[in-house]
Design a protein around this ligand. Structure first.
Ligand SMILES: [Zn+2]
Length: 100
């Protein structure tokens, strides 16, 4: 898969929702009041659960990602809001299933 993405020179194609999820995970990781496992496996599980539940937000260029127009900015805000609703649910799911 990765090889084909490279073949088509699509490296700039990126789901911006991934950045938005890690932005919020990072805030939680640095918030000493929230108790949850901060290991790489649990954090990636949380990210995957959230990303499967919010719409993808694809961008084709660094420029669009860094200086989004009005329409893309509005979609970023909408996805950011959805992520903030889904993240606590994902955290609970990971907490319940974690065996370490
Ligand atoms: Zn863990």
């Amino acid at each position: 898969m990765r090889g084909l993405k490279k073949l088509y020179e699509a490296e700039d194609l990126e789901n911006v929702a991934e950045d938005l999820v890690f932005e919020q995970i990072d805030a939680l990781v640095n918030d000493g009041n929230t108790k949850f496992c901060r290991c790489k496996v649990c954090l990636q599980d949380m990210a995957a659960i959230v990303l499967n539940r919010v719409p993808a937000l694809y961008s084709c260029s660094i420029l669009e990602k860094n200086s989004p127009g009005d329409d893309f900015s509005a979609r970023i805000e909408e996805v950011r809001k959805r992520i903030s609703e889904e993240l606590p649910v994902a955290m609970d799911m990971v907490r319940r299933n974690n065996n370490h």
